[in-house]
Write a protein that binds this ligand. Sequence first.
Ligand SMILES: Nc1nc2c(ncn2[C@@H]2O[C@H](COP(=O)(O)OP(=O)(O)O)[C@@H](O)[C@H]2O)c(=O)[nH]1
Ligand SMILES: [Mg+2]
Length: 307
Amino acid sequence: MPDAPSSRAAAPRSARELAQAISAVERGGAGADSLIEAALAQLATADWQASRVIGVTGPPGAGKSTLVAALAELARAEGRRVAILAVDPSSALTGGALLGDRVRVEERPDDDGRFMRSIATRGSGRSLSHAAAAASLLVEAAGFDLIFIETVGAGQADLGIVRLADLVVLVEGPEGGDEVQAMKAGLLEAADLVVVNKGDRPGADRAVERLRSGLALGAAAPEVLLVSATEGSGVEALLRAMESTALRPGRGGRVRRVAAHLVAAVESRTAERLRTAEADGRLDTLARSIADGNRPLSGAIDELLKG
Ligand SMILES: Nc1nc2c(ncn2[C@@H]2O[C@H](COP(=O)(O)OP(=O)(O)O)[C@@H](O)[C@H]2O)c(=O)[nH]1
Ligand SMILES: [Mg+2]
């Protein structure tokens, strides 16, 4: 049952409230729906500009966390309110700090213009995380200008970011373009910007060349930029490119994120129903009667979907 507008939970404001609300959407259920509705109600009347949600993806170790931290620092220094959602399970959140491999982004209790949170990957099937879209809507309602979503670049599951983000940035290391992994997963085609990180390391220039020539075959080839997250070179140019890159048709805005949330919610509820049907034996009973010819196949799937 949808909540009446009067009983809607207020959209979260403080970092603490926001973190609690994200935990609630990770748990799912009716409480989560009303939190998302509250965020949407707030956004409908908000007097701030829409957020830009930037998906940062790429193979583990490419330097995504380091680069996002550098971009966030710079954007914050320029006065933007910046949030980081890390779906990458290796970017563990510990004691208020986002810990990657030697990466530490400090939470500053005195600065409400920064927010960091890791998002559980539990329960996600094809989608990137059942909670990522909902969390991004909550963060948007809290008035953040830039929302970075770091995802682990692990093939199909990562393509969910394309549904959710306004802009998809693919980060590669100096070996980038050698292996066809990213191309196979469709990530290279999906990217709006391609970044070769670790520009301080040998071979990075050649990776840029390889990627540029590989991409030139495609119709709307994304720009390829060379950066070094640890040395800071190219980071400002990348931030400018993120702000100015035109969004692909149909990309951008809250409607995309609501659609991404709907897909994630239906997928996770369907998976839940299947787990229940398997656990209580209904799946086997149904399968047996179909196999024995006592029941037509038609309708069985609908019955499982109804739960
Ligand atoms: N040399 C060099 N190392 C980097 C750079 N950016 C990140 N790294 C290192 O690469 C490793 C992986 O970085 P991380 O940000 O955790 O990668 P992620 O798995 O893609 O998030 C860490 O040891 C970083 O310090 C860079 O620009 N140059
Ligand atoms: Mg990381």
